[in-house]
Write a protein that binds this ligand. Structure first.
Ligand code: C5P
Length: 222
């Protein structure tokens, strides 16, 4: 397949990474999880006790501890200094603080540059919040995935149950709504549908149906 770039944006837990990974595998493209980059910065700040309000110190942390992605047969690992932090960056403490860190313009500038470098030769499926608007405004395919907050909390609740993590549905829903609000209202590249993105409401759709829909859009654009 011609090496195009596919941008998939949308709110928290809208299923972006699940479908992005499948599409990347099927097309032989590289999958890039940009949320993992903001999560890693947050994880590092908490670990090194860097105040989440100190933009300069956060940028220094990102410069000193670049993250790398490592593809294994089963999953994509996130590494910092050879250490596997894939699961650590999904912990609630990181999830509930990441929007504060990702709102800083200098943090974003740094990570956006790294993301653009990854996609420079094409053949990338990248998911996030600002891929279609800011990171890859020329991406050949742009998708904006949405689903109701209840549906997204339900999916997250079931995932947690399967992993043996106890959670409360209303708390999960509240946290998802709070994160969406903060991500949508920040000054620098907020979560927003790009004008030329195709809106896909996944409420009530299966993963296979969402993948098929995105492939249909992709076929039309290449
Ligand atoms: O996609 P995920 O839920 O892992 O993203 C975690 C957080 O990282 C988001 O809530 C948002 O604050 C930030 N993010 C961002 N821009 C992106 C990707 C993620 O601001 N492109």
């Amino acid at each position: 397949m011609h090496k195009i770039n596919i941008a998939i944006d949308g709110p928290a837990s809208s299923g972006k990474s699940t479908v992005a990974k499948i599409i990347a595998k099927d097309c032989g493209f590289i999958y890039t999880d940009t949320g993992a980059m903001y999560r890693s910065a947050t994880y590092l700040a908490l670990k090194h006790q860097v105040p989440l309000t100190d933009e300069a110190a956060l940028v220094e942390l990102i410069e000193n501890y670049p993250i790398t992605f490592k593809q294994t047969d089963h999953r994509q690992l996130i590494l910092v200094e050879e250490q596997d932090i894939t699961d650590a960056i999904r912990q609630p403490e990181v999830t509930n603080n990441v929007s504060e860190v990702s709102a800083f313009p200098k943090v974003r500038a740094h990570l956006v540059k790294a993301q653009q470098k990854i996609a420079a030769s094409g053949g990338v499926v990248m998911d996030g919040r600002d891929i279609g608007t800011t990171v890859l405004p020329d991406a050949e395919v742009k998708i904006f995935l949405v689903a109701s907050a209840s549906e997204r909390a339900k999916r997250r609740y079931k995932e947690n149950q399967a992993k043996g993590i106890k959670s409360d549905f209303d708390t999960l829903k509240g946290e998802i709504e709070q994160r969406d609000y903060t991500d949508s209202h920040r000054a620098t590249s907020p979560l927003k549908q790009a004008e030329d993105a195709v809106l896909v409401d996944t409420t009530g759709m299966t993963i296979a149906e969402v993948v098929a829909k995105i492939k249909e859009v992709t076929k039309e654009k290449v």
